[in-house]
Design a protein around this ligand. Sequence first.
Ligand code: AMP
Ligand code: MN
Ligand code: MN
Length: 332
Amino acid sequence: MELKNSMKIVLNDILKGKRKVALGGHVRPDGDCVGSCMGLYLYLKEQYPDISADVYLETVPEAYRIINGTDEVKTEALDGEPYDLFICLDCGDPERLGFSRPLFEAAKETLCIDHHVSNDAFADENYIVPDASSTSELVFTLLDTDKISRASAEALYMGIAHDTGVFQYSCTSPETMETAAALMRKGIDASKIIEKTYYEKTYIQNQILGRALLESMLIMDKKCIISVIRKKSMDFFHAAPADLEGIVSQLRMTKGVEVAIFLHELAPQKFKVSLRSKGLVDVSEIAKYYGGGGHVRAAGVTMEGSSHDVINNITARIVHQLKHEEEQEQEL
Ligand code: AMP
Ligand code: MN
Ligand code: MN
């Protein structure tokens, strides 16, 4: 795996002399965010009993609560003595820490473990590997395999399974499979984790997915699929933002499509945009251009304006990239 702006770190060295350690992930935590935070949190609690560790995350989605320790997650940052170390996981920039950002800023030392290509190494110490399937896989490389408990293995396995689309996306490497195998050997119920946290959907989630699929449109000579979910649909179905997870991946599966664009209305004239691509388009470049970030094949950004403006702006960047590709091909 290629290292970006960072060297492999040694957990023991970083934790030396630390009494109070905080862990935090990105806003609207996904499977990898929860998996990497909980995997490391459980390991620290078990292997470093002298360290007092706290994990800060926005409300953990119901499906992920089968992971041990999720009931101990802190959902607000209270004033207090600064942490000796703040470890941020699966978070590409400090703004995306959300409510835990002040704790990160106040901490005596900071460490970032992440795999977002858009991450510009914002902590004191950075372990950023854009080629890694997931932050959970990176956390695994920092731990002593023999000392990983079943509970910690369950969390890390969930994170890897989620960010690889259950070992399907191109970010899945032989090392990813070896890591999954090592975690399975801890006696976890891998099928149950995948079924309960990835595939199982509530009735509401399926209804809103159906709505998004029904209203989707093919544009750009059918290379691109778009769908918009408005606030009034969310209210109609009693859906929460977390219920939209997975919709963009389903859109991406449409045969012949290169890019899937999913817009979720946060407020009037304000949209959360999720982007997925199959092979040609670097969606992290597009998200970053508009102030967001992510990975080459999966990225996100919040944009303002009408849904038409947002879609026009995004598709303009896709056209720009595809044109550039064509020009390069002609030069060869
Ligand atoms: P999403 O479409 O929200 O599932 O996000 C896809 C990927 O892009 C995830 O790895 C996110 O962490 C990342 N991402 C999403 N939104 C943003 C944002 N506003 N800024 C930076 N990274 C983002
Ligand atoms: Mn994530
Ligand atoms: Mn991730």
